[in-house]
Design a protein around this ligand. Structure first.
Ligand code: ADP
Ligand code: MG
Length: 251
């Protein structure tokens, strides 16, 4: 077989057509030698999650062994897409998604790293490669958004947040409580408990008053009521955070 060796690359168009094209391009003010605009790379799941995590917590890692165990349990229980709970071996190929699992109650004084640890757990879960639809809110923000007259449909908001596959509900028991906030919290916790939806709760308050505690020590049971506390106890592994306020230490 003989090969034709080309001395120079052959022009794709004739000289006359090339000149006409260049004239047209120049007419439109286009510089053919300008560098091409950057095309963003596809954003991996962790990077997408990072955009939604507050700046303070974007490097958060899982440090506590019980939180590491929770992340593993949730990832192991993730189901293939379009699978029901009854037949988890069916479904279509694709990324597994978080479905059901246990919850955590991270409690302890302000600044001990509860929110940091919760975001660390979300980051770790996202990095494991299963699809995680998650949302984070403080209890105070939730009550403010769900208040009639806030401009949103409160019922829609509550139902949507009740069903989020992984929820971080931060600072439970910190907002001034009322019968109304108790009812919202009850509906949310009850739904998530009954459906075993993985939830990261954080609170400055201990769940209950221990014998050694002062009778004036505020506790979640008093702030949220027995019905909520019973469900939290059933669904959560409590993790006690101790130590100094890290925010003061940073100064
Ligand atoms: N393990 C940690 N490593 C580094 N910084 C941390 C860690 N835990 C908490 N922090 C930082 O300390 C500050 C307080 O932590 P945060 O989680 O907000 O406390 P809490 O929710 O208990 O009030 C934040 O700025 C956070 O980024
Ligand atoms: Mg916090």
């Amino acid at each position: 077989m003989t090969r034709t060796q080309l001395a120079d690359p052959q022009p794709a168009v004739s000289e006359r057509i090339r000149r006409r094209l260049e004239a047209k391009i120049a007419e439109r003010g286009i510089d053919p030698h300008a560098p091409l605009p950057e095309i963003p790379e596809p954003v991996p799941a962790l990077e997408a999650a990072q955009q939604r995590i507050p700046l303070d917590y974007r490097d958060a890692q899982v440090e506590h062994p019980d939180i590491a165990a929770w992340v593993r349990a949730i990832a192991d229980a993730a189901l293939p897409p379009h699978t029901g709970d009854l037949a988890p071996h069916y479904g279509t190929p694709g990324r597994r998604r978080v479905a059901h699992g246990p919850s955590l109650l991270l409690w302890g004084p302000t600044g001990t790293g509860k929110t940091h640890a919760a975001y660390g757990a979300i980051r770790a879960l996202t990095a494991l490669g299963c699809g995680v639809v998650w949302q984070a809110t403080t209890a105070a923000d939730l009550y403010a958004q769900a208040r009639p007259g806030s401009g949103q449909d409160p019922e829609h908001l509550i139902r949507q947040i009740m069903r989020v596959p992984v929820l971080l509900l931060d600072d439970l028991g910190a907002a001034k409580g009322s019968r109304w906030t108790e009812e919202i919290t009850y509906r949310l916790v009850n739904w998530r408990c009954q459906n075993q939806l993985p939830t990261l709760y954080t609170s400055n308050l201990p769940p209950v008053r221990e014998l050694a505690d002062s009778p004036h020590q505020p506790v979640l049971r008093d702030e949220l009521g027995d019905r909520v506390l019973s469900r939290l106890s059933g669904m959560c592994t409590p993790i006690h955070f101790t130590g100094p306020d890290r925010r003061y230490q940073r100064r």
